[in-house]
Design a protein around this ligand. Structure first.
Ligand code: GLN
Length: 308
């Protein structure tokens, strides 16, 4: 499946036009008031190929709130810090439930099913916070993302973090519930504050695609993850990266991806490419409608499905 940069670039340019013609944008997330103001009719895509060539189209340099895409990097960070011990606190199974569901937490006694649903991500962030101030834990996460992207110009949008802080009652419930089972080490407010800020990191598609190089195992990527860990994070992205739509994403696209309610999608084609797509309008499962469509079209065009 050799795709030339030129053919890929032509494809992306045409895809951007197709997405705008379709105009099937979905609804922006409105439970975080600051995200409710974003115009859904936007689309960007960036693909970093194995030898560093970058192809992009649309609003690829426009910043957006990465939200749950940050969970891929906080997981990388915590694995670097405490290694496989994290799996005593969080599982590796798809949840089949919404990203903010509390349902399985009771059945499974406070051990979230995976690190990409909110409850699991709260546990990961709580671990990163242990022994540090929220400020230091956040510097570690953002430092990791900057190193992965090779770009220091990546910041937290404080207005988005504060906006979620005001309306984050469901996450507050999850954190307190985890605490009741002894699976939260820090005061719930500290863990939640750190988590809301981590989700409020702003990046554009070009930065995000660069940050995904270490997960895709591209030559020349910063050495932040061992091959084994990159492979395992990819497995979790495939099985859990789209919450209760993960099976459908694997069925339609055949690549590992992690979504966020800001409309971002980070996708990896192991050894081939790191891909970031953004369109803020969401479907019913909280995944970007146009980004999912674009991912499917890209996988068809490139033949990069991991299933052959
Ligand atoms: N910050 C968001 C939340 O906790 C992240 C969710 C998401 O992107 N799916 O609700």
């Amino acid at each position: 499946n050799h795709v030339t940069p030129q053919a890929l670039q032509e494809f992306l340019t045409a895809l951007n036009e197709e997405i705008h013609e379709r105009a099937d944008w979905g609804e922006v997330a409105d439970y975080i008031p600051e995200l409710a103001d974003v115009d859904p009719a936007q689309f960007g895509i960036a693909v970093v190929l194995a030898h560093g060539t970058v192809c992009s189209a649309g609003a690829a340099s426009k910043g957006f709130s990465i939200q749950s895409v940050s969970k891929v990097f906080s997981l990388g960070c915590v694995l670097g810090r405490i290694g496989e011990q994290i799996w005593t606190r969080v599982g590796r199974e798809p949840s089949g439930s919404r990203f903010d569901s509390i349902l399985l937490l009771e059945l499974e006694k406070g051990r979230p099913r995976n690190p990409f649903i909110n409850a699991g991500a709260l546990v990961v962030t709580d671990e990163l916070l242990t022994g540090r101030t929220p400020r230091d834990a956040l510097s570690e996460i953002i430092g990791y993302i900057r190193a992965a992207a090779g770009d220091d110009d990546i910041h937290i949008d404080k207005a988005v973090a504060q906006s979620e802080e005001k309306t984050g009652d469901r996450n507050r419930a999850l954190a307190n519930y985890l605490k009741s089972y002894g699976n939260l080490k820090n005061p719930a407010d500290y863990t939640l504050g750190t988590y809301f800020h981590q989700c409020a990191i702003e990046m554009n598609c070009l930065q995000l695609a660069n940050a995904g190089r270490c997960i895709a195992g591209l030559p020349g990527a910063p050495m932040l993850l061992s091959e084994t860990r990159a492979r395992r994070i990819t497995a979790l992205m495939l099985t859990c990266g789209h919450y209760d739509e993960s099976g459908d994403f694997a069925f339609r696209v055949g690549l590992a991806g992690k979504s966020g309610v800001g409309g971002g999608l980070l996708m990896v084609a192991p050894d081939r490419a790191s891909i970031a797509i953004w369109s803020p309008g969401l479907n019913e499962t909280g995944n970007s409608r146009a980004a999912n469509y674009a991912a499917e079209r890209l996988a068809q065009f490139t033949g990069w499905s991991i299933f052959g």
